[in-house]
Ligand binder design. Sequence first.
Ligand code: HEM
Length: 587
Amino acid sequence: MTEPVRIEDIPGPRGLPVVGNIFDIDSASPFESLMGMAREYGPIFRLSTPAGARLIVSGAELVEEICDDSRFDKLVGGGLANLREGGAGSGLFTADTTDPLWRRAHNILLSPFSLQSMQDYMPMMLDLAEQLMAKWERLNPDEEVDVPADMTRLTLDTIALCGFGYRFNSFYRDTLHPFVSAMVRTLSESQRRARQLPIQTRLRIRAQRQIEEDQAFMNDLVDQLIAERRAQGAEGETRDLLGRMLGGVDRETGEGLPDENIRAQCITFLIAGHETTSGLLSFALYSLLKDPEVMQRARAEVDEVLGATALPSFEQVHRLRYVTQILNEALRLWPTAPGFNRRPLRDTVIGERYAIPKGTPLTVLSPMLHRDRSVWGPDAEEFNPDHVASEALATLSPNVFKPFGTGQRACIGRQFALQEAVLVLGMLLQRFEFVDHENYQLKIKTTLTMKPDDFRIQVRRRAERPIDHPDAAPARGDGQVAAAATEAPAVLAVERHGTPLFVLYGSNLGTAEGIATKLAREGTERGFAVTVGALDDHLGGLPTDGATILVCASYNGMPPENAARFCAWLRDPATATDACASTMCVT
Ligand code: HEM
């Protein structure tokens, strides 16, 4: 084997003494600078910073290894570390994986992001989507829309309403709500600090004072919301994020979250949950505008699935598959959170040739990972939603498409963001023609996230597609529809033959358990002798008689609590031989 390449020998731009490569990165569009360097230096390159070396990785084979949670962990550094110190506190986004409160919060917060919760949020998502539609419907033909600004109003108000029943009413204001101004200043200061020397940060005394004022203001507002909920007692119990955090208990430790941590989570959700989704919707609209064929295909799907429905149902939204592909393709080319940071837990070698010392900061540069031609083909740089069709993705490693980060530290709000974005893009396509009156040329603006800068369009009502009046088509986003859609078909009672049927589940949030229960009921109706239970309760040997069905969820590859021991057992070749002979898995 050849000698591994040492970190000092990994190629990269030559930096200046002390400041390293700080001035090689355009502060207005840092990710575009990094993308340019990746094109020049390849799948891995080294940057020097005042804090030491940092590696930027975008080759699919290398990223595959870096996504392994047993060898690498999230690194909370740069802008995120500043955000933790300067306003957001230790929320899920900014906490270290080793912080016991991160795991507790992660366990408690899985429930408000479950499938059932997504159904509960539908009416609130529709409320805000309708506000956007109403605004655009009332514009005169020559008036223009600032797309990212309106998408930010929409996504911010949606997360605040679904998160803690608070209305920023952004569509009814000309200026930002003071909380939002404080949050935006905090975000941009955190980013700025990541790009300057510590001495510069210390010298900017007024900025420090401002960040403290902003932090106090945000804390006060959220503390007030928490206090109001607590004062309402059982009456104030709600199924939004705040309600579930106040009442939630970690099944692993039996403990809830302290109020200070709940406050940090609320601020985190606002920060993590709005700009990313707003940028996504803006990039998707930009891509549609420039691609009439894709626009036509999307409209055909929307017309078929939504028809004249004023308020789409949960089930309809989840049938908009091509619209979902458009959003995923937008995330492939312009992942709005354009990178994530990792560090090796031990000294290690990646790609069989790069020796990386323990703790070295590594940034996965997702826009370039998503343009790796060895994965996406010669047209990797082109917008084509077929790149991310489910059949195409099924042939690829899950680690080549990483807009939502990775493993246990991946985005907890992924389904929330996608449901909201599909709903809104679907409703826009159903109602409007979009006019590229300025022949917009893409210019990217980067804060903590990226979005198209100064992107304006005009919109016209689609005269040929009238929409039902909302009162005539009540929203059916209350779980009723999904329940109806997933209800098992009625089975005719048959004679009991008594063949053993084991239905075993791994489930944190109840969805997989619900499916298992339904299958068990159907099995009984079909005459089987059914046993239903958690996978961990059936460790050490699957029955060889009859049939066994496993229904198991996974959180980005991690097994649920009641299947962890079972998965370890299954992975162990010494114990798992022939275990699956009569087993069908539904994941
Ligand atoms: C298109 C929209 C979104 C994108 C592209 C996105 C992207 C990401 C990425 C890349 C990470 C990993 C960051 C890292 O490793 O440092 C992340 C984490 C996170 N996201 Fe999102 N996100 C989106 C929407 C949302 C929404 C809507 C919410 C909340 C409702 C949310 C909440 C979070 C949280 C709490 C984390 C931290 C999870 C943890 O480490 O435990 N995100 N997101």
